[in-house]
Write a protein that binds this ligand. Structure first.
Ligand code: GLU
Length: 469
C-alpha cells in the first residue's frame, strides 16, 4: 500500500469531547505507527452551527493532547469551488440530476410512502427529467434502483446495504451549497485519504460516500468504524456521565499522556497491558486490535492511570504542566526554587496536578503559616533544645543532599538523646506549617538550605515569643 494517509475531520459545533478525541487519536497513532500522514480538516459547512470558538477549542485540545497534524487545518467552507466542480462532474456523467420538487412536494411523498408502509423516501419524480437548469434546483444523486452497496469495514466486516433502501440523496442544495456526504467524499478523495477510522455513528453515511466514489471511478479508502464510547450505564456517553470535554480533563489536572493512554484502551488492546507511554503506543498501535465491542468510560480508571503517569513521568516534563496550577493558587515559584526536586517529593502521592499543586504550596509560602493545633502541640519550649543545635549544624552543611542531611539529625539525637520520631514531627511543622508532608529528608533537600534555615529560625523566634508572652 502507498503511504498511509488518515484524517480527523471534526465539525466545529462544540468542544472536542472524549469520543472525538479517541477518533483523532486512533487516526493519529495509526499514521505515526505507519510513518504516514495525518490530516486535520474542519467540517464547517453547517454555517449556522459552526463557530470560531469551537474551532479554537478543538485545535487547542488537540495541541494539549500533543496530537499533531501534518497538513491542515483545511476548512470545508473554503473548498466550495472544488465541491462544485465534482457536483458538475456527477451531473455530466449522469450520476446526479436536478430536482425542482418543493419541500411541500417532498413532505407529501414521504407521507404517502409511510402510509403505504414504506420508508419515507424521495419518489424519483425528477430522476429521469434530465433537467439542465440550476435555478432553485437541488441536485440529487442517482442511487442504483437495484443491487447492493457493500461497505468492506476493516473492523466490523462487510456491511451490506440494499440500494432500494437508500434515498436519492441530495448532494447540492438549491442554493448551490454541497451537503455533508458529498463534501466528505470529495475531501477524502482529493486529499488522498486511504484510511478512514471513525465512530460507527457514521456507518449509515458510508454507502452514500461509497456511491459517490464509485460514480467518480475512484478507489475506496479503507473504512473502519469504531463502536461508540459508552457511559457506566452502557448508554452512549454524554454529559450525564461526567466531564466530556478534553479541556475539562486538562483543567482537572490530568496529563495528556494519561488521557491518551486511557482513551486508546477504550477500543484497542495489546494483550492485557493497561499502561502505555506515548512512544509505546506509537510503536504498538495497529488496526487489527481495535475491538468490536464498545468501551465503557470510567473516570476512576482514568484517574488511576493519571496517578501512574504522574509517578513515572520525568519531573522536568511535569514542571511546565504544573506551573499553571501553581499560578492559579497564587503561587509564583522563584528562579532559585528547585521545581524538579519538589515534584520528585510529590509525584508518588498525587493523583492529579491539582493535588500536586496543593501539596507543593508550602514550599513557596513565606513566612510559614502554622496550623494552630500543630504549632501548639509541636513547637514547644522543649523543642528549642533540639532546634537550636540542629539549625546550627544545618547551616554549616555545604552538600545539601538528602543523604548528607541525615548527619545533623544524627548528631543532635546523639547529644540530646532524643529519638528521631520526636524530632521529625516538630521539624515538619516548623518547615511546612502542618503535620503532613513528603518524607522529611527529601522535603528538606527540595526546600533548599536558605529556606530551611530561615524557616527553622522562624520557628525558633515563634517559640521564644510565645514563652515571653
Ligand atoms: N465531521 C464528522 C463529525 O464530526 C466526521 C465525519 C467523518 O469522520 O467522516 O462527526
Amino acid at each position: 500500500m502507498d503511504q498511509i494517509i488518515t484524517r480527523f475531520p471534526p465539525s466545529p459545533t462544540g468542544y472536542l469531547h472524549v469520543g472525538g478525541a479517541r477518533t483523532a487519536l486512533f487516526n493519529w497513532l495509526y499514521a505515526r505507527n505507519q510513518g504516514g500522514k495525518f490530516i486535520l480538516r474542519i467540517e464547517d459547512t453547517d454555517t449556522e452551527r459552526s463557530t470560531k470558538e469551537s474551532v479554537d477549542a478543538i485545535l487547542s485540545s488537540l495541541e494539549w493532547l500533543e496530537i499533531d497534524w501534518d497538513e491542515g487545518p483545511f476548512f470545508q467552507s473554503q473548498r466550495f469551488d472544488i465541491y462544485k466542480e465534482y457536483i458538475q462532474k456527477l451531473v455530466d456523467s449522469g450520476h446526479a440530476y436536478y430536482c425542482t420538487c418543493s419541500p411541500e412536494d417532498i413532505e407529501a411523498m414521504r407521507k404517502k410512502a409511510m402510509e403505504s408502509g414504506g420508508k419515507p423516501k424521495y419518489d424519483g419524480t425528477c430522476r429521469e427529467k434530465n433537467m439542465k437548469t440550476t435555478k432553485n434546483a437541488a441536485i440529487r444523486f442517482k442511487v442504483p434502483l437495484s443491487g447492493t452497496t457493500v461497505l468492506p469495514d476493516i473492523i466490523k466486516g462487510n456491511i451490506v446495504f440494499q440500494n432500494t433502501e437508500l434515498d436519492d440523496f441530495i448532494i447540492a442544495r438549491s442554493d448551490g451549497t454541497p451537503t455533508y456526504n458529498l463534501a466528505v467524499a470529495i475531501d477524502d478523495m482529493t486529499m488522498n485519504i486511504n484510511t478512514v477510522i471513525r465512530g460507527d455513528d457514521h456507518v449509515n453515511n458510508t454507502p452514500k460516500q461509497i456511491l459517490i466514489y464509485k460514480a467518480l471511478k475512484h478507489e475506496l479508502p479503507r473504512y473502519g468504524h469504531v463502536p461508540m464510547v459508552l457511559g457506566s450505564d452502557r448508554t452512549r456517553l454524554s454529559k450525564r456521565h461526567g466531564a466530556m470535554s478534553v479541556t475539562e480533563y486538562r483543567d482537572m489536572g490530568y496529563l495528556p499522556d494519561a488521557v491518551i493512554n486511557y482513551l486508546v484502551r477504550l477500543g484497542w488492546s495489546h494483550g492485557d497491558q493497561e499502561f502505555f507511554t506515548r512512544d509505546e503506543l506509537i510503536q504498538k498501535f495497529n488496526i487489527e486490535n481495535i475491538g468490536r465491542s464498545a468501551g465503557v468510560f470510567d473516570v476512576n480508571k482514568l484517574m488511576a492511570l493519571n496517578a501512574n503517569h504522574i509517578q513515572t513521568a520525568e519531573p522536568r516534563k511535569i514542571t511546565p504542566r504544573l506551573m499553571p496550577f501553581l499560578t492559579q493558587k497564587n503561587c509564583h515559584p522563584e528562579q532559585t526554587d528547585d521545581l524538579e526536586a519538589i515534584i520528585k517529593t510529590l509525584n508518588q502521592r498525587s493523583k492529579t496536578l491539582i493535588e500536586m499543586a496543593d501539596g507543593a504550596l508550602f514550599y513557596f509560602k513565606e513566612p510559614v503559616e502554622y496550623d494552630e493545633k500543630a504549632a501548639q502541640k509541636f513547637l514547644s519550649t522543649e523543642f528549642l533544645d533540639i532546634l537550636v543545635p540542629l539549625v546550627e549544624r544545618i547551616e554549616k552543611l555545604t552538600d545539601f543532599s538528602e543523604k548528607n542531611l541525615e548527619n545533623p539529625f544524627k548528631e543532635v539525637m546523639d547529644i540530646t538523646g532524643v529519638k528521631f520520631g520526636k524530632i521529625a514531627q516538630p521539624v515538619r511543622v516548623a518547615l511546612t506549617g502542618g503535620t503532613v508532608s513528603p518524607g522529611i529528608f527529601e522535603m528538606i533537600a527540595a526546600l533548599g538550605k536558605k529556606k530551611t534555615v530561615s524557616r527553622l529560625r522562624q520557628a525558633e523566634s515563634y517559640i521564644k515569643n510565645r514563652v515571653k508572652s
